[in-house]
Design a protein around this ligand. Structure first.
Ligand SMILES: [Zn+2]
Ligand SMILES: [Zn+2]
Length: 273
């Protein structure tokens, strides 16, 4: 049995990641419009009503902006911290709160552990999913990291993490100075170099696949992100590395006890915003 991980799309215009077991379908984040979510799920033959619940990392629009529409349209249950739920004005009848490091059990054998990460003015968490003795980390929107995060991500079989910007591109790019400072700050986003350094601390021989997510369309490019990160982990990691861009869904990844880890999703059609 496996846990299948599919990014429906990541970036500043919306993020959502689907986790599927034989029992449950769960989204981490819902930063798309209702129509966009429906379209992306349809490419996987999934109806929004099939989603058991949505867990939110934090309240920023590209992660939680599409949560209330799911509650209104499909009565979807949302799991979030109290602060995230309040910031988004969620329907509390369809909301369950969690606190950092509460172990969340979904179905009989999927658990998710929210681990706090530093990200400006928000209660952001990374999620560590555990299934059949293996673990997948979904980490996004963090300006730096903590020893606690390293401890929980260390040796995960799957790691999805943002590689938001290339330092040279950001420095010479069009953003105003104050915005550049915010992105670079402790509460901002990880650069390709920072993501590489973090991965060098947590990758082990157990790590089979890495997905780089939330690339800035102005301040990064897929080949820069991949080559920069690989520079830091080339000696440690011989699995697959992929990039998740804004238009998905993309290739699926698996954890759990199985041989089907190289199977891919069917998707090559981009979805237009
Ligand atoms: Zn954010
Ligand atoms: Zn974001």
């Amino acid at each position: 049995m496996t846990l299948r991980i599919t990014h429906l799309g990541t970036g500043s215009r919306g993020n959502s990641t689907l986790l599927e077991t034989n029992e449950v379908k769960v989204l981490i984040d819902q930063g798309f419009s209702g129509a966009q979510l429906e379209k992306r799920l349809a490419l996987l033959d999934i109806d929004p009503l099939d989603i058991d619940c949505i867990l939110l990392s934090h309240h920023h629009g590209d992660h939680g902006g599409g949560a209330t529409i799911c509650q209104k349209r499909w009565r979807t249950r949302i799991l979030a911290t109290e602060r995230t739920a309040n910031e988004l004005g969620l329907d509390l009848k369809l909301t369950s709160y969690f606190a950092s490091l509460d172990l969340i059990k979904i179905g009989s054998n999927l658990t998710l552990l929210p681990v706090p990460v530093p990200h400006s003015g928000s209660d952001n968490v990374a999620f560590i999913a555990s299934y059949e003795g293996e673990r997948a980390a979904i980490i996004t929107d963090l300006g730096s990291w903590t020893d606690e995060l390293v401890k929980h991500v260390y040796g995960c079989e799957h790691i999805s993490i943002e590689a938001n910007y290339d330092e040279n591109k950001l420095n010479s790019g069009p953003y105003p100075y104050s915005l550049k400072e915010r992105i670079r700050g402790r509460g901002g986003h990880l650069s390709n170099n920072q993501t590489g350094k973090f991965l060098a601390e947590v990758c082990t021989s157990a790590t089979r696949n890495i997905v780089l997510t939330h690339l800035s369309e102005k301040n990064n490019s897929p080949h820069l992100a991949e080559s920069t990160v690989l520079y830091y982990i080339a000696e440690l990691f011989d699995g697959d590395i992929h990039i998740s861009l804004q238009d998905g869904p993309e290739m699926a990844h698996y954890i759990g006890k199985t041989n089907e880890i190289t199977t891919t999703g069917p998707l090559d059609k981009p979805v237009q915003d």
